[in-house]
Design a protein around this ligand. Structure first.
Ligand SMILES: *Cc1c(COP(=O)(O)O)cnc(C)c1O
Length: 395
């Protein structure tokens, strides 16, 4: 069988074996409804309570501030819609950024259709949103600021603690989509003044279809999903005990060795960036290298189509991405790259490589070697590249 090199961990990750094992009993032996009164149900309830405590501890939050959801998209929808609804008497202005995930951007568009006004901040060319820019956008009727902790395409890490301080100073609620950051870099909701935080299990080696929203105790929002009394009346639906247990196990295992993973991946990331930029001409890195997730590399190859590169990499057993999983296939250039000021043409030639726990230097060397075949081959067929060559020859 051909070897597969999986380098799309920003799209989703593998479930760790110990995570899978922690979930198994809650499918087979103890499948009880955690809301039931009998002991069998109470055992499931206890597993959920300890999972909540484990997750709260990783964020410096209280267990009662963690609400389980069906993933990052639900958490983002809930945070934005519920805060908007709750505070619409106070004001109808929301501040976010142009580089958010579609779970935020499309929710903001929905809110705009319902009478809210949204300011979309443009990042600098490195992909960073400054706290000053956030502060300058605050108005008397601003009710919510939502800025992602780390970007899913270019991996840039935003100055969340500074933005949190600005929000607090002005008495505005602060939400952060931390789906790419949680369990990958240190997060502390107290130190960073975060009021609401979204996370998703499958982005840190937990299962899919489970996530959580942290809601600071004094932020009183209503539910998004109406029904039963689960999650303290704020999120109805029979509790997904295997998912909850698995997500907490993943959080525990991954955060326990976070510092170690970060430094190993940072080294691999910088090695890969250096090789790509030095060995393949006309390659540029998208987003700040300094303020960047340890596992993310995002580059543009001039004169090539990102989609074609992905297909040829796939033929070599390599899984990578052109941007986010959600925009690929649409042939639209990434909204993130465009907002950094990358031109349309170049934005079409982007490649995102996102490493996992098990990525090795050998994997990356294999990728670079393949790209060193693929990129020149595609450029040979590119009219734009031929024009470029004749232009410099004519000078
Ligand atoms: C993956 C992702 C989401 C969506 O999470 P799901 O659990 O897949 O719904 C939201 N925001 C960011 C930044 C993401 O990377």
């Amino acid at each position: 069988m051909k070897k597969r090199i999986y380098l799309d961990n920003a799209a989703t990750t593998s479930v760790l074996p110990e995570v899978f094992e922690s979930m198994r009993p809650f499918f087979t032996e103890n499948y009880a409804n955690a809301s039931a009164v009998y002991t069998f149900g109470q055992e499931a309830r206890q597993a959920m309570d300890s999972a909540r405590a484990v997750i709260a501890k990783t964020l410096n939050a209280r267990p009662s501030e963690i609400y389980f959801t069906a993933g990052g998209s639900e958490s983002d929808n809930w945070a934005l819609k519920a805060v908007a609804e709750k505070l619409s008497d106070k004001g109808k202005h929301i501040i976010t950024t142009k580089i958010e995930h579609h779970a935020i951007l499309h929710t903001c568009e929905y809110l705009e259709e319902h009478g809210f006004e949204v300011t979309y901040l443009t990042p600098d060319s490195d992909g960073i949103i400054s706290a000053d820019a956030v502060e300058a956008a605050i108005r008397p009727d601003t009710i919510l600021i939502s800025v992602m902790t780390a970007n899913n395409e270019i991996g840039t890490i935003e100055p969340i603690a500074k933005i949190g301080a600005v929000a607090k100073k002005h008495g505005v609620i602060f939400h952060t989509d931390a789906v790419q950051a949680y369990a990958h870099i240190p997060m502390d909701v107290q130190a960073m003044n975060i009021d609401l935080l979204s996370a998703s299990g499958h982005k840190f080696h937990g299962p899919k279809g489970i996530g959580f929203l942290y809601v600071r105790e004094d932020v009183k929002i209503g539910p998004l999903i109406h029904g039963g009394a689960q999650e303290r009346n704020r999120r109805a639906g029979t509790s997904n005990i295997p998912g909850i247990v698995g997500m907490a196990k993943a959080a525990e295992v991954v955060t326990a060795c976070m510092e170690e993973t970060m430094s190993r991946q940072q080294e691999l990331r910088n090695y890969l960036i250096d090789r790509l930029v030095n060995e393949i001409p006309h390659t540029t890195v998208n987003g700040s290298v300094e303020h960047r997730l340890p596992a993310n590399v995002n580059v543009c190859f001039d004169f090539v189509e990102g989609e074609t590169v992905l297909i040829l990499l796939d033929q070599a057993g390599i899984c990578a991405s052109a941007g986010s999983a959600c925009t690929s296939g649409s042939l639209e250039p990434s909204h993130v790259l465009l907002s950094l000021g990358v031109n349309q043409e170049l934005a079409h030639g982007s490649l995102r490589i996102s490493m996992g726990e098990d990525t090795t230097k050998e994997d990356l060397d294999f990728v670079v070697d393949k790209l060193k075949e693929i990129i020149p081959r595609l450029r040979k067929m590119s009219p734009a590249y031929q024009d470029y060559l004749s232009n410099i020859a004519g000078k």
